[in-house]
Design a protein around this ligand. Structure first.
Ligand SMILES: Cc1ncc(COP(=O)(O)O)c(C=O)c1O
Length: 472
């Protein structure tokens, strides 16, 4: 393909995308392909000779969409959302055309300076105080890894990176049993080990038991272990579990421990002041992550990572071989020193486009609708004798199960079959979890284009398929 053909094919791709988005509700939400169905359509070896864009685009349209789960589908109620708002898609195309590589200020001054502004716009949008600075990481997993590395290095007086961990005290991190698996993985990757993530049980409201936390820290110190930090959960994945942020952060302050809040999903909802009670006390944390690529439509990958003191993050992650030094420029930020990777994408551009195209009021209205509609569906299922709400809505997430009095199969198995049957049907997409030992079905609203009608379709689909299954 020649550069001179770019406009033609870019236009064709845009037209395809617009058509796809306009008709997305014609697809089953979850891909219905079997493993290997797509791979067998792709040749084993790369082509030696160039191929025409016509044939490449034809193959794309013929092979790819069928094998995709449609995250932009208005009836995507699974996991958490991954929205790509049209304004963000356009920004991605523009950033791609500049082959933006934003590792240092001098490699893309616009990207660095817009990133500083956009992180600050988001900080204001979610109501955090001015003393938080930040960076866009690729994912929340990376932000949490960076925070865990920082807490480890602070606790080890900056000796870990240099000396390795084998002859240093064993560092410990604390989190509730309901936090996301990315916290476990961060400890693996940071070389601290799964056994040094101390899982604290939760109370009736699913928040970390802070008395147990205090006891665990004390016991660890008595046993010669080195407490390093606490990961605070705001909106856990399974059912939205949320810690008492203020209580945990105050304890951390007394104990001299670093705190990182994982608000990967729920953090976006903090643009609505009425939901901020969920992370009341967040201003006391050292580090916070939230994912604009989930609920806000910034498209994968875009995680806002706020830190109170960037110098500790930079001291943990900055490395300056001669070829990366930028002499003679004081006061500039090189964002690669704030993250694990060196090369970085221009993520701030899509946030800039997005926030301007929708405005905070537009985004707030969407989030408020999602929460209201989820609560409405929860109430409708609750009113059915054969359904049970297992956990009440936290923002737009609740869990339920089908519980007919005349079930011929065990209820966990019945609900497992129900999720599969619903997803094979294709009208809606739901995923499951295990809550306190019980198999539950999660329901989460967060898709950018969903409407109130989609809630009616969700209710009808769930009830129809469940009752059909039980009558077989
Ligand atoms: C609460 C929570 N934390 C962390 C993550 C990991 O996010 P990412 O995919 O951005 O690494 C998720 C993913 O859904 C999540 O729900």
């Amino acid at each position: 393909m020649k550069k001179s053909d770019y406009a033609q094919w870019s236009k064709a791709a845009t037209e395809w995308s617009a058509e796809y988005l306009n008709n997305i509700d014609q697809f089953p939400v979850r891909a219905q392909t079997a493993p290997g169905d797509i791979a067998k359509q792709i040749p084993d070896a790369p082509p030696e000779a160039s191929e025409t864009m016509e044939s490449i685009m034809d193959d794309f349209a013929r092979i790819v969409p069928e094998g995709m789960t449609h995250w932009q589908h208005p009836r995507f109620f699974a996991y958490f959302p991954s929205n790509a708002a049209p304004a963000a898609m356009i920004a991605e195309q523009l950033a791609g055309s500049m082959a933006a590589q934003c590792m240092l200020w001098q490699t893309s001054p616009s990207a660095t300076e817009i990133e500083v502004r956009m992180v600050d716009w988001l900080r204001q949008a979610v109501g955090l105080p001015e003393d938080f600075k930040g960076v866009f990481q690729d994912t929340a997993s990376t932000a949490t890894l960076c925070a865990v590395l920082t807490m480890r290095e602070i606790a080890l007086d900056w000796r870990g990176n240099q000396e390795g961990l084998s002859n240093l005290p064993t560092t410990r991190v604390y989190a509730s049993t309901r936090t996301h698996s990315s916290i476990d993985k961060a400890l693996w990757v940071a070389g601290m080990g799964q056994n040094n993530l101390v899982k604290i049980s939760t109370k009736d409201d699913y928040s970390m038991d802070v008395d147990e936390l205090a006891k665990a820290i004390k016991e660890d110190r008595e046993n010669g272990l080195l407490p390093a930090g606490i990961v605070v959960c705001v909106g856990g994945t399974s059912m939205g579990a949320t810690d008492n942020v203020r209580e945990v952060c105050e304890l951390a302050k007394r104990e001299g421990l670093y705190t990182h809040i994982d608000a990967a999903w729920a953090g976006s909802a903090m643009i609505c002041p009425e939901y901020r009670h969920l992370w009341e006390g967040a201003e006391l944390a050292d580090s916070i992550v939230l994912n604009p690529h989930k609920w806000l439509g910034a498209s994968m990958e875009c995680s806002a990572h706020f830190v109170k003191d960037p110098t500790t993050l930079v001291k943990t992650l900055a490395i300056q071989p001669e070829y990366l030094k930028t002499y003679g420029k004081d006061g500039i930020i090189n964002f690669s020193e704030w993250s694990v990777q060196l090369g970085r994408r221009f993520r701030a551009l899509k946030v800039w486009f997005l926030l301007r195209a929708y405005g905070l009021e537009g985004l707030r209205e969407m989030i408020r609708n999602h929460v209201t509609w989820s609560e409405e569906l929860c109430a409708r299922l609750d009113a059915c004798d054969d359904f049970e709400i297992v956990t009440q809505p936290i923002l737009s997430l609740f869990t339920f199960r089908y519980k007919p009095s005349d079930s011929r199969v065990e209820l966990d198995e019945l609900n497992r079959q129900l999720v599969d049957a619903i997803n094979d049907d294709g009208r809606i997409y739901l995923t499951q979890s295990v809550h306190d030992g019980v198999f539950v079905i999660r329901f989460m609203t967060g898709q950018f284009d969903m409407t109130h009608d989609d809630i009616n379709i969700a209710f009808d689909t769930i009830v129809e398929i469940a009752r059909g299954l039980n009558s077989q």
